[in-house]
Design a protein around this ligand. Structure first.
Ligand code: ZN
Length: 332
């Protein structure tokens, strides 16, 4: 049993309180390897932003739970070495069972998501409540994120053909019964790099897909029901067209890529939305740079010369998000 405090981590409680009142969102960046972790910490230390290091169950299988735990400890020490101690959360993304959440709580996670959104409402309440009881009764309080409504798209082990918007009429009951610390909602964001089908979009003069806008009316209604309660947006990558073009220029193929425009996320971050999940954009940046180098330098075979520039690009991307999209820069 490892408590997150032994690793130097924090839970989301204070961070979300400040983010909701300050009108910004904390970045939740997924990671499963060293280069991703380094770039996240470099960017967040430089921009003085708090950060949520997020791990899916797929990432946990890929990287090994003990390695991830020690990478989180390493992230804390790395930030310190870089000269500024930022608050760092280690969060389970899309926990799909009580057992997985329990396992993570016992191996040093400071926050877990229990995703019962695919269950019936009553089953979702029961499962989420059970995880909250365990997480909140720890010596060091572990925070829990629940979800109401279903996002479309594919993310590691999570996939759904259709989205169901969160019903504002359910949120008071759900939050009251489960005692969750934050709530992920569905207002039109989506997992993956092709967030909408072309027929759901319009096209601009260059043929680039323009997605349908987020349902800010539903968000407002939810905020009225649970004023000041921390709201989470999943599937919030913007899928920068420059990266898509770079990947395709160097031999990749990412047909019909489309994300959530940054100005909509900026608007959401100013509301009670206090955690915004970004994974696909990091994947795209990394893949774009790796492809570019492999094509431009065919004699290169040192992984450091391939992954190093990808890491630099990732850092640039995360700094940009903190400063220009989420508003979390300068808040640590
Ligand atoms: Zn998600």
């Amino acid at each position: 049993m490892t408590s997150y405090k032994e690793l130097g981590l924090v839970n989301t409680k204070e961070l979300f309180k400040k983010a909701v009142s300050g009108g910004y969102a904390i970045p939740a960046y997924n990671f499963n390897n060293m280069e991703q972790m380094q770039s996240i910490i470099q960017a967040c230390v430089e921009t003085k932003s708090p950060v949520i290091l997020q791990v899916s169950s797929g990432a946990r299988k890929y990287a090994n739970q003990n390695i991830l735990k020690n990478m989180a400890r390493g992230a804390v020490e790395y930030a310190h070495e870089l000269g500024y101690d930022i608050p760092i959360v280690l969060h389970l993304d899309h926990g799909d069972s009580f057992e997985l959440c329990k396992d993570c709580i016992e191996t040093g996670f400071s926050s877990v998501m229990i995703d019962g959104s695919h269950l019936s409402y009553d089953e979702n309440v029961a499962l989420t409540k059970k995880v909250c009881e365990l997480a909140h009764s720890q010596k060091d309080y572990v925070t829990v994120e629940g979800e109401l409504g279903v996002l479309a798209g594919v993310e590691d082990d999570v996939s759904s053909e259709h989205s169901h918007y969160t019903q504002p009429s359910e949120v008071v009951d759900f939050v009251g019964k489960t005692k969750v610390d934050s709530l992920a909602i569905s207002i039109g964001t989506s997992h993956g790099r092709a967030k909408f089908k072309p027929e759901q979009c319009t096209r601009d003069a260059n043929g680039i897909l323009i997605p349908p806008p987020l349902r800010f009316d539903i968000l407002e209604e939810i905020e009225k029901q649970i004023p000041g309660f921390p709201i989470v947006l999943h599937g919030s990558s913007s899928v920068p067209i420059e990266y898509v073009h770079m990947i395709e220029k160097y031999g990749g193929k990412l047909t019909d890529s489309v994300g959530i425009p940054e100005e909509q996320l900026r608007k959401a971050a100013k509301s009670a939305v206090c955690k915004i999940n970004i994974d696909s954009d990091g994947r795209l940046a990394m893949t774009a740079l790796i492809r570019k180098i492999l094509v431009e330098k065919p004699d290169e075979f040192d992984p450091r010369k391939i992954l190093g520039p990808a890491r630099d690009e990732l850092k640039k991307l995360y700094s940009h998000k903190n400063q220009n999209v989420l508003g979390s820069a300068g808040r640590a």
